[in-house]
Design a protein around this ligand. Structure first.
Ligand code: ADP
Ligand code: MG
Length: 495
């Protein structure tokens, strides 16, 4: 036996033995030393607690008493150490250890004077850890069952390999299956909406430090649906430094949608409250003004009868202005207490003509000329004449107010594709896209004296008529507002 060993091996084993004997007499671990043919040359006395009285020295590990399944793992580790000259780990069960079956052995090459002379094996009892791990596995399994019951999915990410494990519920939420989904972290990231991806990645790397993971993000399912999901998890470092992130994920789309809808309707409610308050205020003021106006008109009429002719001219002007004030007050009242629309057959060519005449004075005040261009003799629609007038007043007023240095306001009426159109084209300031986007929002105004109600009320009224309001605008060039209403064909009109 002496001959096939390295010349120095006996001395080396003796030296190692002396150093280890006392150190490992009662310790929790034990150590053995092996020749390159795996024969055990030395073992610390403490080995007895795990292997009993079996003498290990003189026998290769392949004939040590151990569970049959573990011999292969030993063989693999041994070969790796001999060929790779790096430490290897093997977990095994000595055959006659009662109640403490699990050993973890680290095999270390003994490079004595730069030459591989033997292998040192350090054996450690890992029964407790193994039991803990097994318990963990059982509880993870139970957890998976619980997730299934709670209709949420279980997932697990192996941080080193970036492989994902998903329970069936997760596949259901993602509307895919194991055949189609390459279960990797990168494939998963692909399903997250691009805006939310950085958040997910941040949460994952944060979990490595804080050990907990919690977030909501949006995904696109394999069938193209957008879903909100909520995910909570834990980060665990298993033995051997293997990191796993695991947790549950739940589809919270329905919940999210109802939350959003709730927020939207709250906002709407707040706005309509505001609208109602302003409406009431306007109605109150209009009412208060109407009575004094009636008195004014009465006295003007009285004075008119007694006045001399040159004073009559002034009184006529005063009467005209009071009429205008009365008209404004009634528009205000109409706005505040929207009447039930009374639909009838209306000729838009006539109606717009009336509004143009009504707006003439205001236009002149702003150095604006209104050019009325009806392109047809008549365009019939079903509608409430007062509401429609209100709409055109609001829109023409905006056009006039947009032309600070005066200009031409063109108003056209025509029919196209069975639809009646009234177009109001100004040469005013125009609107940037941000303003255009907010148009129709109650109280959105850029004017000092503005109410920010004109466009909103017009839009609502046009919509009540089954039509719609289209607005195009270019900063510095002007704005074109088109009111589109369903036209009544001449044949129907005569019925
Ligand atoms: P108000 O006229 O009281 O401000 P509106 O609802 O009628 O309220 O209009 C809201 C805002 O939209 C205006 O303040 C203005 O900034 C913009 N706007 C509406 N019509 C035009 C237009 N024809 N040209 C330029 N800006 C307009
Ligand atoms: Mg306005």
């Amino acid at each position: 036996m002496e001959d096939n060993r390295f010349p120095s091996i006996d001395a080396r084993v003796r030296a190692i033995g002396e150093a280890l004997d006392s150190a490992f007499r009662e310790g929790p671990d034990w150590v053995s030393y092996h020749a390159l043919n795996a024969e055990c040359l030395y073992v610390t006395p403490s080995a007895r607690r795990w292997v009993g009285d079996t003498d290990l020295v003189g026998r290769p590990f392949s004939s040590w008493p151990m569970c049959e399944e573990d011999r292969n793992s030993w063989m693999r580790a041994w070969l790796a150490v001999i060929t790779g000259r790096a430490a290897e780990r093997v977990v095994w069960r000595p055959a006659c250890a009662d109640g403490r079956p699990w050993m973890e052995t680290v095999l270390m090459p003994d490079d004595f004077r730069a030459e591989l002379v033997g292998v040192m094996a350090w054996h450690r009892d890992v029964t407790e850890e193994k039991e803990r791990e097994a318990a963990l596995e059982v509880s993870i399994h139970k957890l998976q069952l619980a997730y299934g019951l709670a209709r949420s999915g279980y997932w697990e990410l192996d941080v080193a390999t970036r492989r994902l494990t998903w329970s069936q519920e997760v596949y259901d939420i993602w509307e895919t299956d194991p055949e189609r989904f390459g279960a990797t972290y990168d494939a998963f990231l692909e399903t997250v909406l691009p805006e939310d991806r950085p958040l997910v990645e941040q949460a994952v790397s944060r979990a490595m430090r804080t050990h907990s993971y919690e977030m909501e993000y949006r995904i696109r399912t394999a069938r193209g649906q957008i879903r909100f999901v909520r995910s909570v998890g834990r980060y665990l470092e298993l033995r051997g430094g293997r990191g796993v992130l695991f947790g549950s994920v739940q589809d919270v789309t329905a919940q999210k949608e109802s939350e959003l809808a709730l927020a939207a309707s709250r906002e709407l409610l707040a706005q309509s409250d505001k609208l109602a308050a302003v409406g009431q205020l306007a109605a109150g003021i209009a009412h208060e003004i109407r009575n004094p106006l009636t008195a004014l008109r009465g006295f003007i009429d009285l004075m008119y009868q007694r006045a001399r002719s040159h004073n009559r001219r002034y009184l006529e002007i005063m009467r005209g202005e009071v009429s205008r004030m009365e008209a404004i007050v009634s528009e205000l009242l109409r706005l505040a207490r929207p009447e039930r629309p009374r639909f009838q057959l209306v000729d838009l060519v006539d109606l717009v003509q009336e509004v143009v005449a009504f707006m003439g004075a205001q236009a002149l005040l702003h150095s604006v000329e209104i050019q009325y261009e009806p392109l047809v003799a008549c365009v019939m629609v079903q509608g409430d004449a007062n509401q429609l007038k209100q709409v055109f007043i609001n829109l023409m007023r905006n056009g006039i107010e947009a032309m600070e240095r005066g200009g031409v306001l063109r108003v056209r009426v025509f029919e196209e594709g069975g639809q009646a159109r009234v177009q109001i084209v100004d040469q005013g300031s125009g609107m940037p896209p941000e303003a255009l986007a907010r148009l129709g929002e109650p109280f959105f105004t850029t004017k000092e004296q503005g109410t920010g109600l004109g466009v909103m009320v017009s839009q609502r009224m046009v919509a009540d008529h089954g039509g719609d309001l289209r607005i195009e605008s270019e900063v510095g060039r002007g704005t074109t507002v088109t009111v589109v209403l369903p036209a009544v064909q001449a044949a129907d009109a005569t019925v």
